[in-house]
Design a binder for this molecule. Sequence first.
Ligand code: ADP
Length: 494
Amino acid sequence: MKTAQHKSIETDILSIIVEQTTDMIAIHSFDWNYLYVSPSCKHLLGYDPEELLNRSAFEYFHPDDLKKIASYESEDMEKQKIHTIIYRIKRKDNGYIWFETTIKPIKDSRLGEETRLITVSRDITARRSSEEMVKKFVQAVESASDTIVMANAEGVIMYTNPAIFSMTGFKPPEVIGKHANFIWEGTMDKMFTNTLWQTIKEKKQPFNGDINNVRKDGTKYIADTHISPILDEKKEVSFYVGIARDITKAKEVDRMKTEFISLASHQLRTPLTSIKWRLEMLLKGDEGNLNDKQKDYVSNINATNERMIDLINSLLNISRIESGRLIIDSRSTKLPELMNSVLDEVATRIADKNIVLLKNFQPELPEINVDPKLIMNVYLNILTNAIKYTREKGTISVDIYETNKEIITKITDTGYGIPKADQDKIFQKFFRSNNISQIETDGTGLGLYLAKAIIDASNGKIWFESEENKGTSFYVALDKSGTAPKKGEVSITI
Ligand code: ADP
């Protein structure tokens, strides 16, 4: 038996708990009038407990939630069943917060003849709003048009959204539980799949790439795919998220565009070449001497015709490299020799402008496996620019040297330079900077785009440093490991 003193300590402790708790504890009459409210009410709802006394809780419930509260049957009350309801309750400032309330009906003669309701209410507004957020998030993912796949650390698919059906023909339940290679490997070779998993699993970096794949019905598609490993606090892979978009149609349109340019250019080049022959015959005097005026006109026509041929050759070269059909014929190459042959080709242009040429080739450079025709094209483009965009009597220096892993070619001029604002656009197709397009109208804006495409395909890097009215240095770095040869159907025209 507990002593009276014991009991009073327990009661004291219990009342301290009730007074201190952050939850709101209340005693109601059976018709929900407040008979007692714990002090936390002030913090949670903004009312002093006294303000609520003898008022009905129904005054404070959100109208849309009344049904939930009414569902608490009197029968339950009778059986003194514990019940939990979630509803909104009005604060003193008229805003609503979400309460999760446990109701315990008590019948005790000490509390009078009627049933009393003891409620313990917890503010779950923050939890509700994060649940709402998650709900919205799920809705967004479910209705996204891109395919979203989540795989666990072992690579097993845990979730995918319905968009997977329109891309692959498989419904989510058909892929959930299978290894992600089912979607992410496609018909790619082993090396591709190894690199993919190495990137996301070992290096723990995102992977981006186009995956050739086959739908459930056997048709082929290409998916632009991004996969990210999601790491936990210990920086271990917790799961993977992949987002993929069917780009089959876009690829096809791109291929058709490239094919069109290639076809149109071919058709245009043939008549231009025959015009060129005839003009050259006229200029040589094959059909009788031309007077000075006639010579002047024909030379002009010839130069314009040459420019058109150049433009068409550039367009053709670009379409060849973009189509992925370009042959890369790698062979052991001496870069200084290659550079000398390009310098021979531009020697008259350098002499015409009285430009000083400085050469500084490091002796005994190792040979390197690259496609000489492609690298020659890059050298020619950079040198032609250096000559075009340098004033008379300027200087062009050409350096070739090695670092640990690369052989670097640096071509520096003392020309007009590239304005800071244009520097990030210089490798874009058709881009020409304002400062020079006024001085030198002759140009297509295709040379550097092509040079970059070639260097990218050759396991190299290309970049520049430039200051307006001081000059420009272009760098080409080729990895000593060389360029892997590639079978193809077409080579470029220089
Ligand atoms: P193009 O020379 O036919 O205009 P490019 O693609 O070769 O086309 O070059 C693109 C642009 O880059 C040029 O129009 C010019 O504005 C700038 N540029 C390239 N090289 C140089 C250089 N050495 N000096 C100054 N500007 C340059």
